[in-house]
Design a protein around this ligand. Structure first.
Ligand SMILES: Cc1cc2nc3c(=O)[nH]c(=O)nc-3n(C[C@H](O)[C@H](O)[C@H](O)COP(=O)(O)OP(=O)(O)OC[C@H]3O[C@@H](n4cnc5c(N)ncnc54)[C@H](O)[C@@H]3O)c2cc1C
Length: 467
């Protein structure tokens, strides 16, 4: 393609897209609001680590980055549920260690992607915040942190500037994008469990003291996503490669407990003493972090249109920000990047068509994962303690074993495959209805006629394509 492609935002999705496009020989200019994290340190602002799943790995593989990221990713085999009485149990995500997710540091991942984009020839301009677009003159105005402005001419624009996208705002001055933000009535706050060697002896049980003497660096089981489900709220903790865990407390914004009632560090300590007692000794800076860190806001962004004819297109969070409970926002954005790079390779002569086609292919999938992410919050914080849910989960596991080509748990379709999200959503709904039907008035899987259940699976679900 002759035209230069101009990207706004070099976060996770923008940096991957820049790398993919530059690797295919396109001329790429990227403008990023923040300073270069490789020089200034990463100013992430939120979610220090993220869960990387198959869709995300695929994007990294296509960009040639799997080898670089694998050593800094920590395997998570399943949810380690911390019950109120202190006992824990691992609920595996998949069948074995080939079906796992990975915790990766956002800053390290972003920097690896920036390196790859530049190595492939993309030009990244840091400390350049998009302030305005003039669609008639095809010019953009950027501001740096000192308030100095500069203009740039661009006729092919891609917005990867996140949920608060400035490009989206500029596009909305030209066409109605049908934008709707649906805020979740829960927020989050991040805390930290330091590396085991950085914890005071008094915080440690004899078992942890012993583990530290034997060289262990993690204060909790490292290969799991830890979760303290407490009904209407929860805590989670994801491992970091250097031995710490990032803890995220999710609470409603109103009611009790909520960020309205747990408003001071002392109230946070009291909540942890009551509800997350086994985690409390491992979070020495609880009060300081609770006081200093802001309450993060969570919303789902819906748009009816993702592009302005052939001039501008949105992707990643700029087009479809979702709540984080399926760990798929970045994974979905990476799928966007791969799909768009492929489309631009094949059809660069008619950009209005290409952008419309991208939206046609991706929007139903983005809407499906948005819905599944909302549903997963209820499952994470509540259902793992619900007997009906556990019975359906167990039966689902059995049916999947007996019918591996037809019955695949929805979580697995979303997390371990690249099946379109919309298809996973539809099949998941069929499976869930069947599980509810088969478990009605049943208490154990042994009470269910499995041959009849298999027959229903064959009636309702077509065989899946082999991976
Ligand atoms: C608490 C939390 C946990 C999460 N956990 C997971 C997870 O486990 N797995 C997962 O897949 N996803 C997760 N996500 C979602 C994930 O963070 C996002 O989907 C992902 O960051 C989207 O990438 P992006 O590049 O589209 O946007 P962003 O990461 O927001 O990047 C946007 C970039 O654009 C830049 N920018 C913004 N405005 C301008 C401007 N005006 N001019 C120039 N540049 C600009 C920003 O500085 C930034 O670098 C989580 C999100 C949250 C909030």
């Amino acid at each position: 393609m002759e035209k230069t492609i101009t990207l706004i935002g070099a976060g996770l999705v923008g940096a991957l897209l820049a790398a993919l496009l530059a690797q295919r020989g396109h001329a790429v200019e990227v403008f990023e609001r923040r300073p270069d994290p490789r020089k200034a340190g990463f100013l992430g602002g939120r979610s220090i680590n993220l869960a990387l799943a198959e869709r995300g790995w695929h994007g990294l593989r296509v960009a040639g980055l799997q080898q670089r990221i694998a050593p800094i990713a920590v395997m998570m085999r399943g949810r380690m549920v911390h019950h109120l009485d202190g006992h824990t149990e691992l609920l595996r995500y998949g069948r074995d260690d080939s079906e796992v997710i990975w915790s990766v540091n956002r800053g390290s991942l972003n920097m690896a992607l920036l390196d790859a984009a530049e190595a492939a020839g993309a030009h990244i301009h840091f400390d350049q915040r998009l302030a305005a677009a003039d669609w008639d003159k095809s010019t953009l105005r950027f501001c740096d942190e000192n308030g100095a402005t500069h203009e740039h001419t661009a006729s092919l624009l891609i917005g990867s500037d996140g949920a608060g996208s400035a490009l989206r705002a500029a596009m909305a001055q030209r066409i109605d994008l049908g934008e709707r933000f649906e805020p979740l009535d829960h927020g989050y706050k991040e805390l930290e469990i330091p590396r085991l060697t950085n914890l005071a002896d008094a915080a440690l049980t004899p078992r942890l003291l012993h583990q530290r003497e034997t060289g262990e660096i993690f204060a909790l089981e490292p290969n799991a996503l830890h979760i303290w489900p407490r009904g209407n709220y929860m805590c989670i903790a994801l491992p970091n490669a250097e031995g710490s865990f990032t803890v995220t407390l999710f609470l409603p914004n109103a009611g009790d407990p909520s960020f309205a009632t747990i408003a001071t560090p002392a109230a946070a300590r009291a909540l942890f003493e009551r509800d997350f007692a086994d985690a409390l000794p491992l979070i020495p800076e609880l009060e300081q972090d609770f006081g200093a860190n802001p309450v993060g806001v969570l919303s789902t962004l819906y748009l009816d249109r993702w592009h302005l004819d052939g001039r501008a297109l949105l992707l990643g969070d700029a087009a479809h920000a979702i709540v984080p409970f399926h760990g798929q926002g970045m994974n979905c954005g990476f799928e966007d990047a791969v799909e768009l790079a492929d489309l631009l390779d094949a059809h660069c002569d008619d950009l209005a068509w290409t952008f419309a086609e991208f939206e046609r292919r991706r929007r139903p999938n983005a809407e499906a994962i948005a819905e599944m992410a909302l549903e997963n919050y209820v499952e994470m914080r509540d259902s793992v303690a619900d007997a009906g849910f556990l019975l359906r989960r167990e039966l689902g596991r059995v049916l999947a074993e007996r019918n591996p080509d037809r019955f695949v748990p929805r979580y697995s379709m979303v997390t371990f495959t690249r099946m379109p999200y919309a298809q996973a959503f539809a099949r998941g709904a069929t499976q869930d209805a069947l599980l509810r039907e088969l478990t009605t008035n049943r208490e154990r899987v042994d009470d269910i006629d499995l041959e009849q259940a298999d027959a229903r699976v064959h009636d309702l679900l077509t065989p899946l394509d082999p991976p």
